[in-house]
Design a protein around this ligand. Structure first.
Ligand code: RIB
Ligand code: CA
Length: 316
């Protein structure tokens, strides 16, 4: 598989951090055009700083980071610091990165890159609230021409929600933005909780990372150990779910996942179910089935890929 041009929009975030470490460790497969950050797990200035810190650990300051939207399209911000720590990167040391974000706002970067890209040439990974991407689409719909597919961590069907009984955090944090992206037109590969809950950071899997000596592997181990120590993530021997690395792992090795074609609508108004993803597998004349919904994930294969890649991270 030749390398693909990729933009990652994220809210680092412990698992976003692991996803970025994996992406930075696959330069042969992923041509990273840029990282855009958004307010989500923690506030926007912190997610931008955290992306720069992870980039520094990975030795990939060749990839620009652009800070983005601080607030969702319409609803009030909802953070998830209880899962990511006050800094957003668990217990990782956080100071000022050597190199900070670029001056250009994330939305303007997305508009420039996507309107100048060849048709259907860029894979746009989203692992946080979709505010930046939805804003770019609403401001300049012609950005859609440059998108090959969206690869999104978000949503839930049979797994139920993780921030309310019916909603997964990324969708809940900005349901209006999610509805724009799911129905914008380009193909969507959706890695919801149905799939990510099959990918668990068990002690055996994290131990394999902990045995490595590269800075990226050490950082990934520390981030996953922080998650595993949180009572809210369940018993340690079960391992916390590895959400955000899933779309990155898929770009590197698509065989690690199985999908079902569907249409997805997002509840935006109900106080009880806002952020719910209504996943319709049945073909309907009035709905375009533009979404591939991940139904199976190969947890062993994903961790083997992560371990192999981080073992080589930063080496020529
Ligand atoms: O529900 C999991 C998602 O919410 C992940 O992207 C995690 O980083 C949080 O943002
Ligand atoms: Ca995230």
């Amino acid at each position: 598989m030749s390398s693909s041009a990729v933009i990652i929009d994220c809210d680092p975030g412990v698992d976003d951090g692991v996803a970025l470490l994996l992406a930075f460790a696959a330069p042969d497969m992923l041509e990273l055009r840029g990282i855009t950050t958004v307010g989500g797990n923690v506030a926007a200035p912190l997610t931008a700083r955290n992306a720069c810190l992870i980039r520094e650990i990975a030795g990939r300051e060749d990839v620009p980071v652009h800070a983005g939207c601080a607030r969702p399209l319409r609803r009030e911000p909802v953070e998830a610091g209880h899962f990511h720590g006050e800094s957003g990167l668990g217990d990782l040391p956080t100071g000022s990165p050597r190199k900070g974000p670029e001056a250009l706002h994330a939305v303007e970067f997305l508009i420039h890159e996507l309107t100048h890209a060849a048709a259907a040439s860029i894979s746009l990974v989203i692992t946080g609230p979709m505010t930046n991407v939805a804003t770019a689409i609403q401001r300049r719909p012609e950005v859609l021409r440059g998108i090959r597919e969206f690869a999104i961590m978000g949503g839930a069907r049979s797994a139920g929600g993780n921030i309310t009984p019916s909603a997964e955090y990324n969708i809940y944090a900005d349901p209006h933005a999610a509805q724009v992206v799911f129905n914008a037109g380009p193909p969507v590969y959706a890695f919801g909780l149905d799939a990510t809950h099959q990918v668990r950071a068990t002690p055996a899997r994290t131990a394999a990372l902990g045995a490595l000596e590269t800075p990226a592997a050490r950082a990934a181990f520390d981030l996953l150990e922080f998650s595993n120590a949180l009572p809210a993530n369940g018993p340690r021997e079960q391992g916390s779910p590895l959400h955000d690395p899933c779309p990155i792992a898929w770009l590197i090795d698509p065989s690690l996942f199985e999908f079902r074609r569907c249409h997805v609508d997002v509840e935006t108004e109900s106080a009880l179910t806002a952020g719910h993803t209504a996943v319709e597998f049945r073909p309907r004349a009035d709905r375009v089935q533009n979404v591939q919904w991940a139904v199976r994930a190969n947890g062993d294969g994903i961790f083997a890929l992560l371990t192999k890649r981080l073992a080589q991270s930063g080496k020529a």
